[in-house]
Design a protein around this ligand. Structure first.
Ligand code: ATR
Length: 263
């Protein structure tokens, strides 16, 4: 029941109709006993600064979730950024303080690692191949390094971005081996798609899936479709697969905690 005391939360996206966060977040609020509600807000790229300025002015707003295509554009609109958001150059959760300041953070990396563990895959000590070098890939690479993987290989269409990410990881000093790779994931224990490829039916595969072998684990960040062409190919080749949905499912309690709506 929404009342005058209800705290507001939102999710900003374009398109919006596919988002699952309102259902899951609101169920979590009920379970945690908070008088808070999260609503979907369809905001275009052009309108993002105006929408964020308006949200900043709303005193009973706890904060908001930010997703495609706003994760990078949200960075300069925040007053403060967490270390993870600075590293990733992207934001997916924003807390509004009582003074009306916006704190941006990204939970994609921690959510991905928690999702892998929920799928029964422990990344510590393993070698990981990551396809992609955008916002999500950066967040995931740093979280995997922090989780203690032994080696990270990065493959990206734009090679310079893969090199930049590899160098940033080396400088961060996690102690794992770093390499820039081609499209072939051979020799890595865990293979991750951290590109946006797989969202659309017409997308090419994000890596050379015909080189996958049954001893490899293939993890996806795409949630819809649940079974991307990459996962279908991996399954057909006998690989262990980890679906994309747990990455977001595991982030929800972390997002609520970040907004102060703790258990
Ligand atoms: P996100 O926040 O979801 O990571 P992003 O920062 O735009 O979004 O990154 C998208 C990733 O998918 C990038 O690694 C991008 O490769 P480029 O850096 O070369 O652009 C990758 N990607 C998107 N479309 C692609 C395509 N058609 N072929 C290959 N890679 C693609």
């Amino acid at each position: 029941m929404i009342s005058g005391r209800t705290q507001l939360c939102a999710i900003l996206a374009d398109p919006i109709a596919h988002v699952r966060t309102p259902e899951t977040f609101n169920a979590l609020m009920t379970a945690r006993g908070h008088d808070a509600v999260l609503v979907p807000m369809h905001v275009s790229t052009d309108a993002l600064p105006t929408a964020v300025a308006a949200l900043k002015a709303i005193a009973n707003l706890a904060g908001f979730v930010v997703t495609v295509p706003h994760k990078i554009a949200m960075v300069p609109l925040c007053d403060e950024l967490s270390g993870a958001a600075q590293i990733a150059g992207a934001v997916n959760i924003v807390r509004r303080t009582a003074e009306g300041r916006l704190h941006g953070h990204i939970l994609d990396g921690d959510g991905f690692v928690a999702g892998l563990r929920q799928s029964g895959v422990e990344p510590a000590g393993r070698s990981v191949y990551i396809a992609g070098a955008g916002g999500a890939a950066n967040a995931i690479a740093f979280a995997l390094a922090a989780a203690g993987v032994s080696r990270i290989g990065i493959w990206n269409r734009t090679r310079a971005k893969a090199e930049t990410l590899a160098n940033r990881l080396r400088v961060a000093g996690y102690g794992c081996d770093m390499a820039v790779e081609g499209a072939d994931p051979a020799g890595y224990q865990i293979v991750v798609n951290a590109t946006s490829l797989g969202l659309r039916e017409t997308d090419p595969l994000p890596l050379a899936a015909d080189q996958l072998t049954s001893d490899q684990i293939v993890a996806e960040i795409i949630m819809k479709p649940e079974w991307t062409p990459l996962l279908l190919e991996a399954k057909a080749r006998g690989c262990t697969v980890a679906l994309g949905a747990p990455m977001l499912d595991c982030q929800l309690p972390m997002m609520a905690d970040y907004l102060g709506l703790t258990a």
